[in-house]
Design a protein around this ligand. Structure first.
Ligand code: PMP
Length: 400
């Protein structure tokens, strides 16, 4: 017998402006058209078998029940040692580090723990897409400032700079939190120590907190160094540091990361965390705790990705696309507006759709990282791919 249908009650959306993300849309389009997917940011190569064995061994050793709410001690200790060795800040693993279900949960939880209705949160666009909805759910108000798009003689965007004047204007007594992201998705831009000093000047004496999204911390190229918020004692005292094992160990699907913050901030963070996910899967934590003991596993990442970046950039030079700098992360942005074909006049989203369906390579429009799309003729490729994938994509792009 068929069930009588009952109407769904009125259900106003808590996130009326949120639709399906451009990453999902582009990945679906790529698979429909058998395009090479350089859109969404994930590796197409396997993670280290040693890491899998270590997780496997943890499962077989019956580490399969709830771990402590903040994460297993061994992993938190390993993270504290790594941060101390690399950035010189000593977080207390008991009170200042929590294992999260990826960077995204860390970001959402940090925001929910400190932003109250009416508080303002400053973000810098183009920005990772989870910031704004997390702020909305907390009842906060997003105040977006834009990176300065620097243009060459022909009017094409060639690089980006931090918008110091706009940041100074955006910060006021209602500013609860400022979100920064270094290395930056999508542009690959990195903050330098002097930038952190300038940020410290802007917030000194206020109660404004910082959330520093550093999920690409180990992918900084050409001998440059990652300026972690943890390397700046004054800012570390008011900051949530976010990182993700998914990016560092080629396991984006495991959804595991961590947050570090001063004890008083972490205390509030954990209040939200324990009723959100409570804790994060146990065997992965044991496996990662062991894997983390060998620094080569993260210190070798910069050279590994730099080789991919160089290979991809060399190939892109044979196309009509103009390369933007790619100093860090696994993203390469290009400008397409000087291609000798009518599509050069398209907006970024239409160009990416055309590139996917007609040329067979998926990319992400940088305009999608703004709430109100800003058109600069720049799109983002992800080069976290095997050489053969990059080669196949380059062969198609060289027909442009
Ligand atoms: N921040 C940025 C800037 C990212 O690019 C990503 C992943 N795309 C995340 C956070 C989230 O990381 P995770 O997959 O660990 O949730």
């Amino acid at each position: 017998m068929r069930q009588k249908s009952h109407p769904t009650p009125v259900f106003p959306s808590r996130l009326p402006d949120v639709g399906t993300t451009v990453f999902t849309v582009m990945s679906a389009l790529a698979s429909k058209h058998q395009a090479i997917n350089l859109g969404q940011g994930f590796p197409d190569f396997p993670c280290d078998r040693e890491l899998i064995s270590q997780v496997n061994a943890a499962m077989l050793a019956d580490h399969n029940q709830y771990p402590p709410m903040a994460g297993i001690t061994e992993l938190r200790q390993g993270i504290a040692q790594k941060i101390s060795a690399l950035y010189g800040h000593d977080y207390d693993p008991d009170t200042e580090i929590t294992i999260t279900a990826g960077g995204t949960q860390g970001i959402m939880t940090a925001i929910l723990s400190c932003v109250s209705p009416g508080d303002e949160v400053v973000i810098i666009e183009p920005a990772y897409d989870s910031y704004r909805p997390s702020i909305d759910l907390a009842g906060g108000k997003t105040v977006a400032v834009s990176l300065i798009a620097k243009r060459d003689d022909q009017g094409d965007v060639h690089s980006y700079g931090l918008p110091w004047d706009d940041l100074a204007k955006a910060i006021n007594p209602k500013t609860r939190l400022i979100i920064i992201n270094t290395p930056h998705n999508p542009t690959g831009m990195i903050w330098e120590k002097t930038d952190l000093d300038r940020l410290a000047n802007l917030v000194r004496g206020s109660d404004t907190l910082i959330l520093s999204d550093e999920v690409y911390e180990h992918m900084v190229f050409d001998g440059q160094h990652h300026a972690s918020i943890a390397s700046h004692p004054e800012l570390a005292a008011r900051s949530f540091l976010i990182s993700s094992f998914g990016k560092t160990y080629h396991v984006t699907g495991w959804k595991i990361g961590f947050v570090a913050a001063p004890a008083r901030m972490m205390q509030e963070f954990r209040k939200v965390h324990q009723f959100n996910v409570f804790t994060v899967n146990t065997p992965m934590q044991y496996g990662l705790a062991q894997y983390l003991q060998n620094p080569d596993h993260y210190l070798g990442l910069a050279a590994f990705y730099q080789a991919k970046r160089d290979y991809f950039r060399d190939g892109l030079k044979q196309t009509g696309l103009k390369l933007l700098p790619a100093p860090a992360s696994y993203f390469q942005c290009v400008n397409y507006t000087k291609l000798d074909r009518p599509q050069a006049k398209m907006n970024e989203a239409d160009f990416c759709t055309w590139l996917t369906t007609e040329i067979g390579v998926a990319a992400i429009p940088v305009s999608a990282f703004y709430a109100k799309p800003v058109e600069s003729g720049v799109i983002r490729f992800c080069f976290a791919k095997q050489e053969q994938t990059l080669l196949a994509a380059l062969q198609r792009l060289q027909t442009l």
